[in-house]
Each structure stands twice: as C-alpha cells, then as structure tokens.
Write a protein that binds this ligand. Structure first.
Ligand code: ZN
Length: 198
C-alpha cells in the first residue's frame, strides 16, 4: 500500500474522500498539486480556508454567500416580491445563468424525503414562511421533479395557500427525476414561463 511517502499518501487519501473522486483521480490530483508552483498551492489552500471560514447562509434567501445578504437579495433592481423556491444553490445558479429571471430566491438546502427521514423541519422552510410575512406577490416553486421535489412542492403550496399569496409550480417540461442544474437554459426558461398556478 505504501508506494509513496506518507505525506503523498495522506494527500491522496484526503482527495479520495471528496465526492466523485475515485482512487485514480485522487492520485492524479495529488501529483498535480505536488508539481504546481508553491505560490499557486498556497493560493489554493487559502481559498479553501477562506471559503470554509467565511461562507454562510444569506440571512434572507439562505443561499451561500460571504456577506450578510447575498448579491441577489442586495440588488435593488431585483423584484423582491417574487420568490423562487429551489432546493440547492446550484439550482439557483442554473436559473441565474438564463439571465431572464428578475425575482429573488429561497434556497431550501434539500427536499422533504420520508424515505431518507428528511422532514419539513430539516430544510429551510421556516425561514421561507417568515419571509412571507412581508410583502410578497408570488412564490414560484422550482424544486426538482423527483418524488422528493414534488412532495416538497405540494407541502409548501399547502402551507402558503391560506396566506392568499399566489403560488405556482414550474412546468414539468423538466424531465422526471432530472436535476435542475443539468437542464439546459432553454428548458429552464420554458419551465419557468409555463408555470401553473397551484
Ligand atoms: Zn440572498
């Protein structure tokens, strides 16, 4: 097992703990790092630490940011009365890439899954309901079209209905079980424009 010095082995081991990194990739990354200019490695290490130390949840939409408010919530040109509910910051990024959505977001950080034991209290739903005490015109539910995403959408719409705020669900042009972040921009836009009121 110990073909390499202890420090290289440790580096390989750390990389292989990352998602999607198998033994071969871990080895390749470790050797790449060792051959990189020292300054670049220091930059990378600093980036990792800075991100880990400073990134937190936006106090309004719960996406990841290094400020109190993320740039989207902080932007006066965005329509703060339209809130799109997504599962992850990656889904938010997918919609931002279309450049056509001018509202704000709410990131749940997950979806309700009875199978995995994830209940409504385990995602950022309470924060969403608190936001709805303010001036909100529409909540667009853009959770994935997986079983969990649909369960979550139904749960949220039932919670919001009594408040009288308009609730809509993005069209299911999005393939079932499809992760939002892998869907192309045209499909995303079509799903958004074709949303139906719940
Ligand atoms: Zn925000």
């Amino acid at each position: 097992m110990d073909y390499y010095s202890n420090q290289i082995s440790r580096l390989i081991e750390e990389f292989s703990r990352l998602p999607g990194i198998g033994a071969k990739s871990a080895q390749r990354l470790a050797f790449h790092i060792i051959n990189m200019p020292k300054e670049q490695v220091e930059n990378l290490a600093k980036c990792l630490l800075d991100a880990r130390n400073n990134v937190r949840y936006c106090s309004q939409c719960c996406t990841l940011t290094d400020r109190e408010l993320c740039p989207i919530c902080n932007n006066p040109d965005r329509d703060q009365k339209t809130i799109m509910v997504v599962e992850t910051p990656r889904d938010l990024a997918a919609y931002e890439k279309t450049g056509k959505y001018n509202g704000v977001y709410h990131v749940l950080h997950g979806a309700i899954s009875p199978m995995l034991g994830i209940g409504p209290g385990d995602i950022r739903l309470k924060e969403l309901m608190e936001r709805l005490q303010g001036d909100v015109d529409e909540v667009i539910i853009a959770t994935n079209s997986s079983l969990e995403g649909e369960t979550t959408a139904m749960y949220i719409s039932k919670l919001i209905k009594p408040t009288g705020i308009k609730v809509s669900r993005i069209a299911s042009g999005v393939p079932v079980g499809g992760d939002l972040e892998y869907i192309d921009e045209v499909t995303l836009l079509r799903a958004l424009e074709g949303r139906t009121q719940l």
